[in-house]
Design a protein around this ligand. Structure first.
Ligand code: KG4
Ligand code: ZN
Length: 339
């Protein structure tokens, strides 16, 4: 079975083709960073307009790279949510239109589930249950993955997402957009102990908060105009990653206290491309002697390959979705598998 997927939840329009053996045939990403850069964040209407302009191009390119034609595709998939309505509508409508015109089936995929399951593309024989840390621009969650399609969200950020915090710090320091990779780069040459930023919600096992940390950085920048940006970035990053690792550690411990032990720790979402977080997660896996499932950096940020892999699992578990099904901009991971 060949699956063609379209991802358009935010500012990337992407298409990919994956076989049912999780073999990646092609993956094309058209980023809109240049469109939104001057506004310092994503403008939904502009995203929708650019997705519409790009959707046929990325699908054509994905088919070309795979050496396939539309008639070779058996299942079409689109990102149904969560995400920006204007963006989700374009990708899902295109996927449903292809399915309708060719008499094929369609599935609508949860973007967060796809970030979690993206590890299946690069890692063979993944065992369940495992703990997944999902860290993106819009969400930050610690999840137990009991089986494909069965998720327990243990905790989440109560305010800013980790990626959002990175982007805001970059804006405070006038580094540019998107901020995560720029802060990551500067932090490499900074001192993570230069400033003692707070590690909020230390006493909460699984929930996190990053807005107080952002405020602490804001006051530091205001009161210490000579502070080195490298040191601010490194100290900020140490605080964020400490929090993320502490909650992930607690999740592994909880899972180990249940029937089946934790087999692995995975990370997904844009912030999973962060070099320091990747190092710390590897060390955490070593501590527990479990497998680290760390996707390639390109697989962490938004892409359509993860949507195609998840489409296969969704199809096996729940079958095809009706062509009349709509988008769900607030679709929660927890709603996929009521406990
Ligand atoms: O998953 P993603 O591509 O889009 C969403 O679904 O939100 O995540 C984008 C987020 C942005 O906030 C970006 O700044 C952050 O991921 N990001 C990073 C890095 N690369 C991307 N944050 C920290 N370090 C990085 N290397
Ligand atoms: Zn994402």
């Amino acid at each position: 079975m060949n699956i063609l997927s379209i991802e358009s939840s935010c500012d990337e329009m992407a298409a990919a083709i994956v076989t049912n053996k999780n073999e990646l045939k092609s993956s094309v990403i058209s980023s809109q960073i240049d469109v939104h850069k001057k506004y310092g964040g994503v403008v939904p209407e502009l995203a929708g307009r650019h997705h519409l302009e790009m959707v046929n191009n990325v699908v054509r390119e994905a088919l070309g790279q795979a050496g396939m034609a539309l008639k070779d595709i058996d299942l079409f998939a689109g990102t149904r949510g969560p995400g920006l309505s204007a963006a989700l509508l374009i990708g899902t409508t295109a996927a449903k239109s292809f399915a309708f015109a060719l008499g094929k089936e369609y599935v609508g995929i949860n973007h967060h589930e796809a970030h979690i399951l993206s590890v299946l593309l690069e890692h063979e024989n993944v065992q369940f249950p495992f703990v997944s840390l999902l860290v993106s621009g819009g969400h930050t969650m610690v999840v137990i993955v009991d089986a494909p399609g069965k998720y327990r969200v243990l905790g989440a950020t109560i305010d800013d997402a980790a990626g959002e915090a990175y982007d805001k710090i970059a804006r405070l320091l006038n580094l540019g957009y998107p901020g995560g990779p720029l802060v990551d780069k500067l932090a490499e040459s900074g001192n993570p102990k230069a400033f003692d930023f707070p590690r909020p919600m230390k006493n909460d096992k699984f929930n996190m908060s990053f807005s107080g940390l952002k405020t602490a950085v804001k006051y530091l920048v205001r009161d210490n105009p000579d502070a080195k940006a490298e040191d601010i970035c490194a100290s900020f990053q140490a605080a964020v990653v400490d929090s993320l690792v502490a909650k992930t550690r607690a999740a592994i411990k909880l899972l180990n206290s249940e029937k089946l032990p934790c087999s692995a720790i995975s990370i997904g979402g844009g912030v999973a491309a962060n070099s320091y977080l990747r190092k710390r997660i590897e060390l955490l896996a070593q501590d527990f002697e479990i497998r680290p499932l760390i996707p390639k950096k390109a697989m962490c940020t938004d892409n359509a390959a993860m949507i195609a892999v998840t489409a296969q699992i969704h199809y096996d578990l729940r079958g095809a979705d009706p062509l009349g099904s709509g988008i769900d901009p607030n679709w929660k991971l927890a709603d996929l598998s009521p406990s």
